[in-house]
Design a protein around this ligand. Structure first.
Ligand code: FDA
Length: 394
């Protein structure tokens, strides 16, 4: 087996790893990226429904979750969303803005992957795929990486093997284990941007409504999100739910507003005044999807004329719509979670370079680190920004 020397080895050929390798290559450093997957950047490929929501024009540190909310500021400032947009435009990739500042490729996420691979090639970055990493060790100032393709040596090691979400795509706890091996602390990882699951009667009701979507608001007590909410066979999903899941802890209740643009009590009273002979369900249908209107009517005051409902009873119905309190039995977990919250403790890393404070030459970037973005392109921006600073400093 061969033994190769590089200035820098990057572990993980995802968004963060490839981007850091490009920056290091630009500085004339010899760089090799190693990944156990057959193809690079598989998560980029499936992201944004195949169109990759590659950044968000509203990127701001407040859109990131971490034990240290200040940690992400330096990297996000050193390499901004505007820098990445400029690179995308230079490549001639057509893109468009969706709601809330989210930028997507017009054609395909493959355009972003091709851009990354073009940049790797232009900057002489080697990429070794289908390569297992057996062991990493450090002697003096040099790292030894033992792989299924032989032993490799480097002065700087950038770890970009991501978090635990979507294990069937090759996610592993490699970064956490390596961090522990070198004495770094790990903030307990948990799935984020993930649908909620429910049990018992609640689930039965939700699964009947599977496919129904509303403009909802989900409040965890810590943070509330107003976006689309979708009933599924397992419980609740949709952007409002995924966002809230990142702020939810097992055993806690959430509060759901199923008609956040509507004053439900006022709408019910108006309905009673204008169409007293109508059934409650028909009045509810004026501002809720019909299947949901039927369900809420059956659960509260079935088969009754609106005229027969007192203000107090209308208030019960309005509360069921606007302040629906419920307790998820859990989330769908890493199987479907878009991200992993937690990871390598930012206290052990330099926010300016992403280098481990006590292990010179060792860098951690991307989702492996305890910095997690909201839904909407923020996680890729973190991959680009953290990758950029590591690649500039490794
Ligand atoms: P990433 O997980 O991308 O890459 C890690 C790499 O390391 C992988 O190539 C893996 O094979 C490799 N690896 C892991 N363990 C290894 C080991 N032991 N040995 C060797 N190699 C190993 N974000 C966003 O901003 N916009 C979006 O549109 C989406 N959409 C989206 C959809 C879906 C379905 C998911 C699951 C996620 C998203 N995300 C997203 C989140 C985004 O994909 C994620 O945050 C980034 O890909 C993280 O980039 P990293 O490079 O840090 O890890």
């Amino acid at each position: 087996m061969s033994s190769q020397n590089y200035d820098i080895i990057v572990l993980g050929a995802g968004a963060a790893g490839l981007f850091s390798a490009i920056q290091a290559g630009k500085r004339g450093r010899s760089v090799c990226v190693i990944d156990h997957a057959k193809k690079p950047a598989e998560k980029v490929r499936i992201s944004g429904g195949g169109r990759c929501n590659f950044t968000n024009v509203n990127t701001h540190p407040s859109r990131f979750i971490s034990q240290n909310p200040h940690f992400c500021k330096s990297a996000l400032k050193q390499y901004t969303q505007h820098d990445f947009i400029a690179r995308v435009e230079e490549q001639g990739i057509a893109y468009h803005e969706k709601a809330l500042g989210q930028l997507f490729c017009d054609e395909s996420a493959n355009d972003i992957i091709q851009m990354l691979l073009d940049d790797c090639m232009f900057n002489n970055v080697d990429i070794m795929l289908s390569t297992d990493i057996h062991r990493v060790s450090k002697r003096d100032t040099e790292f030894l990486v033992q792989t299924s393709a032989g032993n490799m040596h480097c002065d700087s090691l950038i770890v970009a093997t991501g978090g635990l979400s979507i294990p069937k795509m090759g996610a592993t706890p490699f970064a956490y284990e390596l961090a522990k091996q070198f004495g770094l602390n790990i903030i307990d990882p948990r799935p984020g941007l993930v649908p909620f699951m429910f049990g018992g009667e609640l689930l039965a009701g939700m699964s009947e409504l599977s496919g129904v979507s509303v403009n909802g608001r989900v409040d965890t007590g810590q943070m509330a999100f107003e976006e689309a909410l979708l009933f599924t066979h397992r419980g609740l999903s949709g952007p409002a739910v995924l966002q809230a899941s990142s702020y939810w802890f097992p055993g806690h209740e959430i509060e759901v507003d199923l008609a956040c643009k509507v004053d439900a009590l006022a709408a019910l009273k108006k309905g009673r005044e204008e169409a007293p002979k109508k059934k409650l369900a028909s009045i509810l249908e004026t501002f809720l999807p019909s299947r949901l209107a039927q369900t809420i009517s059956e659960e509260t005051f079935p088969d009754i004329r609106i005229a027969d409902l007192s203000n107090a009873k209308l208030d019960v119905v309005a509360k069921r719509i606007k302040h629906w309190r419920l307790k998820p039995v859990g989330t769908e977990g890493y199987r479907t979670a878009e991200v992993t919250i937690g990871g390598i403790d930012t206290n052990d890393l330099s926010s300016k370079t992403m280098e481990a404070k006590d292990v010179p030459g060792l860098f951690f970037i991307g989702e492996a680190v305890d910095v997690t973005g909201w839904l909407g392109g923020y996680n890729f921006q973190w991959a680009w920004s953290s990758g950029y600073v590591a690649g500039r400093n490794a």
